[in-house]
Design a binder for this molecule. Structure first.
Ligand code: GDP
Length: 449
């Protein structure tokens, strides 16, 4: 199947339009020669020294000056990012100069890179394994320092190395099993069954541990939607502002997407939280407010975390959690405890005062426990994605399948699930991987990456 990929030299703008600088990347056999056709400098690009910045001007193929001050660098394969010859042109930003240069490159024979194609080539040329390639996208999309640290560790190969170690251990197990098949009549120095059982049990434990990091991986990569809801005047906006102020979050509205109710992003204990606006929850006939309530109910139904706020200072007007349909955790929070010191709390909600800051650490603890199932911050080691976890679970199932065959010395039958298990591990790092899977992974990338 042709997936739109070939060996042509590709190019793309690697920077967002409008910045101070713009970078065009070229990768492939004729990267240097093609760039030279637009380049005038003291030194020729097609005879450039490796990895040395050069200064020159950029023209289009008809001789129109596009950028009076442009830097170029040539990075020869196989030691470049993609493993191919790479040229980068660093020019003035803004809308036009480098865009025109890119158009000229396309006119003189280069192909526009597909999303993630530079990184895809890096993977195909063995510069990165698949977990590292995935990490490249995650570095770019990281929304918290913990998510960034996780992505960087994965990019450094931490996850890939761990999976490779599993691969080696499994290969040793399989070699032992297959030696029974290959030399059934010889008295080889076979390892006892206990050795096989121990190896598999040890592997299962480590696979299980790695697979269990999935929740943390998901939370860090995707973040968690958090709805702050409750009757008017209980302090929802105040809490929101307090949380944002405390964590110095970037407040962003994201209009026109499915997330258009998201009001702000913030990070609590390393967990990226997408806050959802639920203004106007009130039992009312007023259509506007009824509309607001319907939206709040919708938001609560899908949120991973709901903070249901009540006002501790006016027990008579408290609106308790109405038990609306929800899929996530609902934390009941009593605010304004500064005004209700002697109040005892029936269902032991978390008591806070946004005004004085009391109880906010306990609230952060509760959020952390609700999201990660424990406290103490994100672990700081590797954490797998849903794709990795599914494959790890397949490996575990296959090992479990092999065990009874080993116990009955049915070596041939044992070898089959063990091979499947090896394949599944190989899919994580990309040792064995179908082009369709690569499409899925790399289409999430931006163009130029
Ligand atoms: P919302 O309608 O739920 O968003 O509530 P607001 O955040 O607008 O707060 C309503 C009022 O309660 C404001 O006057 C706040 O200053 C006040 N308020 C919020 N939190 C506290 C608190 O912890 N203690 C006290 N004493 N007042 C608070």
């Amino acid at each position: 199947m042709n997936h739109g990929y070939d060996n042509q030299t590709i190019c793309a703008l690697a920077t967002a339009v409008g910045g101070a600088l713009a970078v065009i990347r070229l990768s492939g056999e004729v990267a240097r020669e093609t760039a030279q056709r637009l380049w005038r400098g003291r030194a020729r690009l097609d005879r450039a020294h490796a990895r040395r910045l050069m200064l020159g001007q950029l023209y289009d193929e008809k001789g129109v000056l596009l950028d009076q001050q442009c830097l170029a660098v040539y990075m020869p394969g196989p030691e470049s990012y993609t493993g191919e010859d790479v040229v980068e042109l660093h020019g003035h930003g803004g809308a036009l100069p480098m865009r025109r240069a890119l158009e000229a490159l396309l006119r003189i024979g280069l192909r526009s890179a597909l999303p993630g194609e530079f990184t895809r080539r890096a993977f195909l040329n063995g510069r990165l394994d698949l977990t590292q390639a995935e990490a490249v996208a995650e570095v770019i999309s990281a929304e918290s320092d913990a998510a960034l640290a996780l992505a960087n560790r994965q990019l450094a190969g931490d996850l890939g190395n761990e999976v490779e170690a599993f691969h080696e251990q499994l290969q040793a197990i399989l070699a032992e099993v297959e030696s029974h098949l290959d030399f059934p009549d010889e008295e080889l120095d076979w390892k006892p069954l206990e050795w096989l059982e121990d190896q598999i049990a040890g592997l299962q434990a480590r696979l299980g541990k790695l697979s269990a990091t999935r929740r943390e991986g998901e939370v860090l990569r995707e973040g968690v939607t958090l709805v702050i809801a409750g009757a008017p005047n209980v302090g929802k906006s105040s809490l929101l502002n307090r949380l944002l102020g405390r964590d110095r979050a970037i407040v962003s509205s994201i209009p026109g997407t499915t997330r258009d109710t998201v009001e702000a992003e913030l990070v609590v204990r390393g967990i990226p939280l997408h806050l959802v606006d639920t203004a106007g929850i009130r039992a009312s006939e007023d259509t506007v407010e009824a509309d607001g309530m319907a939206r709040a109910k919708d938001a609560i139904a899908v949120a991973e975390l709901v903070l249901w706020l009540t006002d501790a200072s006016s027990p008579e007007t408290q609106v308790p959690w109405p038990g609306w349909p929800h899929r996530g955790t609902v934390l009941q929070v009593e605010n304004k405890c500064d005004l209700a010191r002697t109040q005892s709390c029936g269902e032991m909600p978390i008591r806070i005062s946004v005004l004085t800051g009391e109880g906010l650490e306990a609230l952060a603890d509760a959020i952390e426990t609700a999201v990660l199932g424990r406290r103490g911050g994100t672990t700081g080691t590797v954490a797998v994605s849903a794709r990795h976890a599914a494959l790890l679970d397949r490996v575990r199932a296959k090992l479990a399948e092999a065990l009874p065959f080993l116990e009955t010395s049915a070596w041939e039958l044992a070898a089959i699930p063990l091979h499947d298990a090896l394949d599944a591990l190989g899919e994580i790092t990309g040792r064995a991987v179908a082009p369709d899977l690569l499409d899925t992974i790399f289409h999430r990338f931006c163009i130029g990456k």
